[in-house]
Design a protein around this ligand. Structure first.
Ligand code: UD1
Ligand code: CA
Length: 452
């Protein structure tokens, strides 16, 4: 049996360059906090434990780590000091410890796995994931000699020769659980930043006669986020990845670069997505669904055969059954549309349940809010709601009922009934011409009066 691994996620840095009231690791990438991306990736390694390292007062970050425990780094004295804060929580753990940063959300589980496996194979006490950086200037450099990792030199401490090296530290490290306390304890802060560098464990391990290795990965996975500009770069990379995964799973995108997905977006095969569609968090789409251009969808479930948009907005709680049609400028919120129901044009359908095969006419509004509370509209199966109708909730329309166009419905309509909620029309034969003559004479008299 392989010894189990533990993971330490560092998230106590100040994150000053974000200029934000929100802790850096809680900023979202693809609709999910970057820390949640890192946690999802490490969870795939099935570690025996995950420990977060947070700054004092970072309750929101502790919450994002839950149910995993967190350790407190009292002052941001560097990554080495942060890792040390996790030691008490690692007591009794003897397997490999993966130390990873909370601000690099693009890391893939397989890559971390590759590092752990390489360390086990080589019997290395320290392993580091490295990459060839297009611009290595912000990164620590990996100094490799004869296939072994000798040390890591931080950019600010590097000499000219070391600065020329492009092999860079990703920040993901694997350290033998039996040695980690000794290694971290030996880190000093005699460097340009007067910080305790986690990266020093490489040199410390080597000096104590241990093996250290570097495993190469792809730069795309290791982009750290320190500023809003880097956040945007990571977002773009994550979107590209999610689009490619969706297309590989059988989704057609007419213009992939304009489709915005969330990390948890679930799309069935033979889903077709038009240009400029955004999926917020919590969307599940079954197979054979067409989503036309310019739709905004969040917190919604869409069943097979549905056609959505163009220009539709599905807000949280939308539950769209098989073969439903939702057309342009239709907004749904907390609304269930059952099989084959249609709302093809210009409607607001909030807090409601719409029965199978019912038709909601253009301009229909479910008046769900009275300024204080929200109320429900319940429409049975096979109901026809004529155009430009307001249904003032709470209200029910029974199965097979007809609501005539232009109605304001304030009372329940029983099954099979025909409801008029408008003034009755009066038509007066031959009265158009006399009315026009009267109006014309009046206008002429007014003009003469002005001329005097
Ligand atoms: C670090 C590495 C560098 C590597 C780069 C990769 C060190 C000394 N340097 O530099 O070699 O190339 O990441 O992106 O490790 N943190 C704490 N407490 C602290 C300081 C940092 O928890 O006192 C956490 C931060 O929240 C962050 C992570 O550690 O998640 C990295 O810190 P950061 O300051 O961004 O390190 P870099 O300067 O980018
Ligand atoms: Ca960083």
């Amino acid at each position: 049996m392989k010894s189990p691994i533990a993971v330490v996620v560092l998230a106590a840095g100040a994150g000053t360059r974000m200029k934000s009231a929100l802790p850096k690791v809680l900023h979202s990438v693809a609709g999910r906090p970057m820390l949640a991306h890192v946690l999802a990736a490490v969870a795939r390694l099935k570690p025996a434990r995950i420990v977060g390292v947070i700054a004092p007062g970072a309750e929101a970050v502790a919450k994002a780590f839950a149910p995993h425990p967190t350790a407190l780094q009292k002052k941001p004295l560097g990554t080495g000091d942060a890792a040390k804060a996790a030691l008490p929580a690692l007591a009794g753990h003897h397997g490999p410890v993966v130390v990873i940063f909370g601000d690099a959300p693009l890391i893939r589980p397989a890559t971390i796995q590759k590092l752990v496996a390489a360390c086990r194979r080589a019997g290395a006490a320290v392993g580091v994931l490295g990459f060839r950086a297009r611009d290595p200037s912000p990164y620590g450099r990996l100094i490799v000699k004869d296939g072994a990792l000798e040390k890591i030199v931080e950019s600010k401490d590097a000499n000219a020769e070391e600065k020329a090296i492009d092999f860079s530290n990703s920040g993901v490290m694997c350290i033998a659980g039996t040695e980690i306390a000794a290694f971290l304890g030996a880190i000093g802060n005699d460097n340009v930043k007067s910080e305790f560098y986690l990266t020093d464990v490489v040199g410390i391990a080597r000096a104590a006669g241990h093996r250290a290795i570097a495993v190469e990965g792809d730069e795309e996975e290791f982009q750290g986020i320190n500023s809003r500009a880097e956040l945007a770069i990571a977002e773009r990379a994550m979107q590209q990845r999610l689009r490619n995964e969706a297309m590989a799973a059988g989704v057609t995108m007419l213009d992939p670069d304009t489709v915005w997905l969330s990390a948890d977006t679930k799309l069935g095969n033979d889903v077709t997505i038009g240009p400029n569609v955004r999926f917020g968090p919590g969307v599940t789409v079954a197979s054979n669904v067409r989503i036309n251009a310019f739709c905004d969808i969040e917190g919604a479930r869409i069943a097979s055969g549905a056609i959505i948009g163009p220009f539709a907005r599905l807000r949280p709680g939308s539950d769209v059954a098989e073969d439903v049609h939702i057309g342009n400028f239709v907004e749904l919120k907390a609304t269930r549309m059952r099989r084959g129901a249609k709302a093809n044009h210009l409607a607001y359908l909030g807090d409601s349940d719409i029965g199978a095969a019912s038709n909601i006419g253009a301009g229909t509004i479910f008046v769900n809010y009275d300024g204080y509370g929200k109320h429900r509209t319940v429409i049975g199966d096979d109901v026809f709601v004529g155009s430009n109708t307001s249904l003032v909730a709470p209200v029910k329309v029974g199965k097979g009922a007809n609501v005539t166009a232009g109605s304001v419905i304030t009372a329940d309509v029983p099954p099979g009934a025909l409801a008029f909620g408008r003034a009755r029309q009066e038509t007066k034969k031959g009265r158009a011409a006399p009315l026009r003559a009267k109006l014309q004479a009046r206008a002429a008299a007014a003009k003469r009066g002005k001329g005097k």
